[in-house]
Write a protein that binds this ligand. Structure first.
Ligand code: NAP
Length: 431
């Protein structure tokens, strides 16, 4: 008999849990018409019943016992919105073992254990939604899985972390220093009290792992992603970037070249006219280059109660529809290959050096680059203060290993006071 109620259990009732509940209840009638059945929140797992929540829910819905959801035969879909690796992983696996479809927003878990989770769901003939795990409100996973699935993705570039984009935007637009903007972002709730996961690029690496896995149909080890945060970006770098016609963004860049993957998260000097350069504040964007379609950009809020709640709710609705129509589930895992990572990635670099202000210094340093096979595109010398001078070099596209060896040598030269900063340069940003 056709089901007229699809019952869900929510694990965790924080920002996204509340947003999901609100979308499902505030849009209840419209969702019911589209699904052909009611989506009913049956139970919500909370850790602490006495804690003041963002919204009130009926007492009968609330529980502190995970088994009230995971072992509840009435519940069709389990929605994990607690975050972190454990107990989220164990709860999800238990739900799948008990024949429940699952939806999550947990990027860390999907980046680290996504393939084993999806395999379990596939083996058990269950659906698994994780739209909200990348870029909050932007429907990017659905775009990859449903639309770009027939195309060949060549490159994915993403501003996938709102906190760092807010900080870099403020530094660029107001000329403020990194520490000052970080404090302001923390006061406004855009950055956590411990900002490490955002500013050091971990959060962006999780999201790029998920996007790369879907985009290039491969399982991948998150530890192979080269990761660098924005804490080393200074006001000087932003100003030099402006002079050169570039904007600094924390970018995730993933590409497949000759069957090998390159995935990196780092601050990047991007041409000011590139569409990603004008993505400002806490917003996210993903720029995709694929063989058949060409260039595409997805833009919008990368976080937030209602935006992220909508992505979770849309996964719930899609699964609910499948249940009502008694459709077989589609395979969840599209990561059928295990592609190797490139051993010798290449990039152009911006390098800022503090050197001794003396004739012949530039030639000496250029000679070292030459010895390591690093060719140079340009050099700028704008600032001299008595004995010291600041110089900026831009390299051609070079092997990263050669550049790093040259830097190891340059660092200890008697004419060099300090290697002040190194930032990757994305010369054109288009394939
Ligand atoms: N916030 C966003 O905009 C956003 C965007 C995209 C994805 N996400 C992802 O969505 C997930 C949830 O994020 P959030 O921002 O909603 O976090 P949050 O506001 O901290 O909410 C998490 C909730 O889970 C509860 N919880 C944690 N461990 C629990 C346990 N063992 N048992 C029961 N409840 C538990 C917490 O309870 P207490 O209140 O007792 O601590 C809290 O209410 C995370 O995976 C996050 O990465 C968030």
């Amino acid at each position: 008999m056709k089901k007229d109620k699809i019952k869900i259990g929510i694990l965790g009732f924080g920002v996204v849990g509340t947003g999901t509940y609100r979308v499902l209840t505030e849009n209840f009638e419209a969702i019911k018409k589209q699904v052909g059945a009611e989506i009913v929140v049956e139970k919500i797992l909370m850790r602490d019943m006495s804690k003041k929540r963002l919204i009130d829910v009926p007492d009968r819905m609330v529980t502190t016992k995970p088994e009230d959801i995971l072992e509840n035969s009435d519940i069709d879909i389990v929605v994990e919105l607690m975050g972190g690796e454990e107990p989220a992983y164990s709860y999800i696996m238990r739900a799948l073992e008990n024949g429940k479809h699952v939806v999550t927003a947990n990027k860390e878990l999907m980046a680290k254990k996504g393939s084993s989770i999806l395999e379990k769901a596939d083996n058990n003939g269950l659906s698994f939604g994780f739209e909200a795990s990348v870029c909050g409100g932007i429907p990017i996973i659905r775009a990859f899985k449903r639309s770009l699935c027939t195309d060949k993705v060549k490159r994915i570039m993403g501003i996938v972390n709102g906190t760092t984009n807010y900080i870099l935007t403020k530094m660029t637009q107001e000329g403020s220093g990194y520490e000052d903007v970080l404090k302001e972002a923390q006061a406004k709730g855009y950055a956590e009290a411990d900002p490490t996961a955002d500013v050091e690029g971990y959060d962006a690496a999780y999201k790029m792992a998920i996007l790369s896995s879907i985009g290039f149909h491969t399982k991948l080890d998150i530890n192979m992603i080269r990761r660098e945060g924005i804490s080393g970006v200074s006001k000087s770098d932003i100003l030099y970037g402006k002079d050169l016609g570039w904007t600094i963004k924390l970018l995730g860049i993933a590409q497949e070249i000759d069957g090998k993957l390159e995935v990196a998260v780092s601050p990047v000097m991007l041409p000011a006219e590139h569409p990603l350069a004008s993505v400002n504040g806490v917003n996210n964007a993903v720029f995709v280059n694929s063989e058949a379609v060409g260039e595409l950009m997805f833009y919008g809020p990368g976080a937030g109660q209602m935006a992220t709640g909508n992505s979770v709710a849309s996964d719930i609705m899609e699964i609910a529809r499948q249940i009502v129509l008694d459709n077989k589930t589609l395979p969840n895992c599209s990561c059928f290959d295990v592609k190797a990572f490139a051993e010798e990635p290449e990039s152009s670099f911006y390098l800022r050096l503090d050197v001794i202000n003396r004739p012949g210094v530039l030639a000496k340093i250029a000679g070292v680059f030459g010895n390591y096979g690093v060719s140079l595109e340009s050099v700028l010398q704008k600032k001299t203060e008595g004995e010291r001078a600041e110089i900026v070099w831009i390299t051609s596209k070079v092997k990263e290993s050669s550049f790093k060896k040259a830097i190891e040598f340059i660092k200890y030269m008697d004419v060099v006071n300090e290697v002040s900063s190194i930032i990757r340069v994305e010369a054109n940003g288009h394939c």
